[in-house]
Design a protein around this ligand. Structure first.
Ligand code: KPL
Length: 297
């Protein structure tokens, strides 16, 4: 397939390398003004190098799959300017933390097949040319609209490039579960500037448990079938499996970048408001991160 990666950060670069390795024709779309070639080294045991054309309009015009890996808050500004170049058959596949970014531009992209995905693969961009695959994980992909529902074959494309993957026609549930985990881990680790593992200390349990209690009330109203005990045990499993990692929001605050808070806790708060659910701890965390952002940016 002709595939363009929009936003080759860590996750986008990882997929770019594996898709190219599987034989696809992959190009990158960054926001550079001059088209160029970029070579990426996949820093696994084999240490292979892949070369991509970059910001090439022809590639975009002929792309079958646009794989959008920019952060949720960048989706609108990255995608809308290039929409007129795409054929209406181009499949849009979104992969980012958080929810709500597609809803904001839905009317402008609804003529495309739209897919959403979430992954637990770990990736680290060590420098502009090297991406490290820090941990093998699992990817869930599913349809955002009815045109997307006809694109189940994309699961095979992903599976042959970077297993394991699964097609889930109820991708919204998978995204809500990921959002719930991010609500519990990301703001706390950003505010305390700690590794994920620190949240397993007894002194942090009360915070984690209170966040999850509020999140679970919202999940229930959104018809997500997950008990509070299942949510809590999954959150503590992720904390333990990623104990030495710094969450993405921790890194964003550390490097003084804008965070994904509006699409994680912010999205939760919007939904809580619609259902008239009180979420004081999540509101406090949201305000603290916004404050940090204001001071940092
Ligand atoms: O998705 C993550 C993130 O950092 O954004 C978790 C699951 C919290 C792992 O760090």
């Amino acid at each position: 397939m002709n595939i363009t990666i929009l936003g080759p950060g860590a996750v986008g670069s990882l997929w770019a390398c594996y898709l190219q390795k599987a034989g696809h024709n992959v190009s990158l779309w960054t926001r550079r003004t001059t088209p160029s070639e970029l070579s990426l080294t996949l820093n696994t045991q084999e240490n292979s190098s892949y070369s991509f054309s970059c910001d090439n309009k022809e590639s975009l015009i002929h792309c079958d799959l646009l794989f959008i890996t920019v952060k949720a808050w960048q989706v609108e500004s990255a995608l809308l300017p290039i929409l007129p170049l795409l054929s209406q058959e181009t499949i849009l596949l979104f992969m980012h933390n958080g929810m709500g970014a597609i809803d904001a531009i839905e009317n402008q992209i609804s003529h495309h097949p739209i897919l959403q995905a979430t992954t637990t693969h770990g990736a680290l961009k060590e420098n502009a040319h090297t991406v490290k695959h820090t941990g093998f994980g699992h990817t869930v992909v599913g349809p955002f609209n009815s045109l997307g529902n006809q694109c189940q074959f994309i699961q095979d494309v992903l599976q042959h490039s970077l297993p394991s993957t699964e097609w889930n026609s109820d991708i919204q549930t998978a995204l809500w579960k990921k959002l719930a985990i991010n609500c519990a881990i990301n703001p706390l680790t950003a505010i305390y500037q700690c590794q994920n593992g620190e949240l397993s200390q007894p002194s942090r349990h009360q915070d984690v448990n209170r966040i999850c209690h509020e999140v679970h009330q919202v999940l229930q109203q959104e018809q997500i079938q997950w008990t509070e005990a299942e949510l809590l045990s999954t959150v503590y499993q992720v904390i333990s499996a990623t104990s030495a990692n710094y969450s993405s929001m921790n890194r964003d605050c550390f490097y003084q970048r804008k965070t994904e808070i509006d699409f994680i806790t912010g999205y939760l708060l919007q939904k809580a408001k619609q259902h008239a659910i009180s979420t004081p701890i999540n509101e406090t965390l949201y305000n603290q991160i916004k404050q940090l952002e204001e001071n940092l940016l």
